[in-house]
Every structure is written in C-alpha cells, then in structure tokens.
Design a binder for this molecule. Structure first.
Ligand SMILES: *[C@@H]1O[C@H](CO)[C@@H](O)[C@H](O)[C@H]1NC(C)=O
Ligand SMILES: *[C@@H]1O[C@H](CO)[C@@H](O)[C@H](O)[C@H]1NC(C)=O
Ligand SMILES: *[C@@H]1O[C@H](CO)[C@@H](O)[C@H](O)[C@H]1NC(C)=O
Ligand SMILES: *[C@@H]1O[C@H](CO)[C@@H](O)[C@H](O)[C@H]1NC(C)=O
Length: 219
C-alpha cells in the first residue's frame, strides 16, 4: 500500500496503535454471542472449543458457588479464594471476564502475588481491607478500603490484600480475563525448582535458609 502523503500514513499508524492497544486490554473478543466452553474437546485453541449451541443451557452461564461464606479461620493465612474462571463457569469462554470471592478471617492475608493475564477490580463487601500494588519502578500504591469501596490493580503487578478490620471480611475480584492466572511469589520463587544458588545469591541468604524456605513453600 502506498499513501499519498506522510500525514495519511501517520494517521493510519496512529489508528493501528490505538486499535492494537484496545485489543491487548483483555482476552480476545468473541466472534459470536457466546462460545460456551466444551472442556471435553481435544481441539487446541487459545481457550476452549465451543459447545454445540443447541446443547447450551442457562446453567452454563450460572455459578452458585459464592452463596455460602468459606470459613477462613483455619485456612493458610486466614484466607480462602473461591474462583469462577472458565473452568468453573464455562459460559465465560472467550468473554475476557472472570470473578473470585475472597473470604478473610480477622488478620487474614492474601500475600504478594501476580495475575499475568488480567487487571483486577477489587470490591469490598464486608470489613476493612488494606490493599496495595507495586509498579515496575518500585512505587507502592496502597489504600485501606471499607465496605463498598473499589480498588484497581493493573495487570501483571505484584499486589496484596490484608484484612485489618478485626472482623471477618469479604471481597469480590473481577478480572478482564477468563483465566487470569495467579503466581504466588513465595511458591514461584521457592517452590518451583529454581536452583538453590540462584536463590541464595538473589536474596543474599545462607543455604540453610534457602532449604528452609524451599521446604515451607514447595506445594
Ligand atoms: C468440565 O466442565 C464441567 C462442568 O463445568 C466440570 O464439572 C468438569 O470438572 C470439567 N472438566 C474438566 C476436565 O475441566
Ligand atoms: C470456623 O471454623 C472455626 C475453626 O475451624 C470454628 O471454631 C468456627 O466456629 C467456624 N465458624 C463458622 C462461622 O462456622
Ligand atoms: C483450627 O485451628 C485451631 C488452632 O490452630 C485448632 O485448635 C482447631 O482444632 C482447628 N480446627 C479445625 C476444624 O481444624
Ligand atoms: C516512579 O513512579 C512514581 C509514580 O508514578 C513517580 O512519582 C516517580 O517519580 C517515579 N520514579 C522514577 C524514578 O521514575
């Protein structure tokens, strides 16, 4: 393609940049009303193959697993996540969306973690939760949220949530991905098989401490 003037070419390039920015903001857009996940299909695509639309039911778009609070009292760090990703809610396939319920015991903590494929909208339904994320220039943005408050965590940044209200707390997180993924830093770093010497040098630890951390955080 040849453009008559550099200005036209510039406008086209700017349009393409703006458009590709939109496409990267979430999972791919669907090409039909819905594509309910057929998780028994062996077709390899980016997501799940679509169920035959004639066998799709209202249940495919329904998740009832948030009705009852989880008891976080004896959970690790007093925190229980209950996820509705495309795995639990097949109607989410290709829609670029998912949701998670978080139950926190008093002092419950969802420690530093990353969602590699989604930004997060975090909405407090009950309690008082301190939330924060760290940017790529190492700046911490944090806030104490009360019931009804919302906080945004940009995609791919390390973040945490800590129940500081002294009572049980409940929050919902909405993600702009059907499968946001989660990497918990303690498991990613100490529970994945990264060589001991790499961990020892990076964190300036003695080998005994590296061993101890590996024992604690290997799932
Ligand atoms: C497939 O989806 C059904 C219903 O959502 C679920 O019960 C089942 O565990 C899923 N199977 C796999 C292999 O993900
Ligand atoms: C939650 O679990 C703890 C200990 O496991 C128990 O003492 C408590 O009664 C439970 N709370 C509710 C609301 O079930
Ligand atoms: C919960 O944890 C407490 C304190 O660690 C323990 O005494 C209790 O037996 C636990 N309850 C259950 C149901 O595991
Ligand atoms: C890092 O980002 C913060 C917040 O946007 C800004 O105030 C600060 O100047 C930045 N620091 C550097 C070294 O770029």
């Amino acid at each position: 393609m040849a453009y008559r003037t550099p200005r036209v070419a510039l406008i086209v390039i700017m349009f393409l940049i703006a458009f590709s920015g939109c496409a990267l903001a979430a999972d791919e857009d669907p090409l039909q009303d819905f594509c309910v996940a057929d998780n028994s299909s062996h077709s390899i695509i980016n997501g799940f193959a679509c169920k035959d639309p004639s066998s799709v039911k209202s249940d495919d778009f329904t998740f009832t697993g948030f009705r009852n609070p989880a008891n976080a009292t004896n959970a690790t760090n007093g925190f229980v996540p209950t996820a509705a990703t495309v795995q639990q809610l097949p109607g989410l396939n290709t829609l670029g969306l998912s949701i998670l319920r978080s139950d926190f015991a008093p002092d419950g903590l969802n420690g530093p973690h990353v969602h590699p494929r989604a930004s997060e909208l975090f909405f407090v339904v009950q309690g008082k939760i301190e939330v924060g994320f760290v940017t790529s220039n190492n700046t911490l943005f944090s806030k104490t949220l009360e019931q009804g408050d919302v906080f945004i965590i940009p995609r791919g940044l390390v973040h945490f949530q800590h129940n500081i209200g002294g009572t049980a707390a409940v929050a919902f997180a909405v993600f702009n991905s059907q499968n946001s993924g989660v990497e918990r830093l303690q498991n990613t770093l100490f529970g994945s098989g990264i060589p001991d010497v790499v961990l020892q040098k990076t964190f300036q630890l003695d080998m005994g401490t590296v061993d101890q951390l590996k024992k604690t955080f290997t799932p």
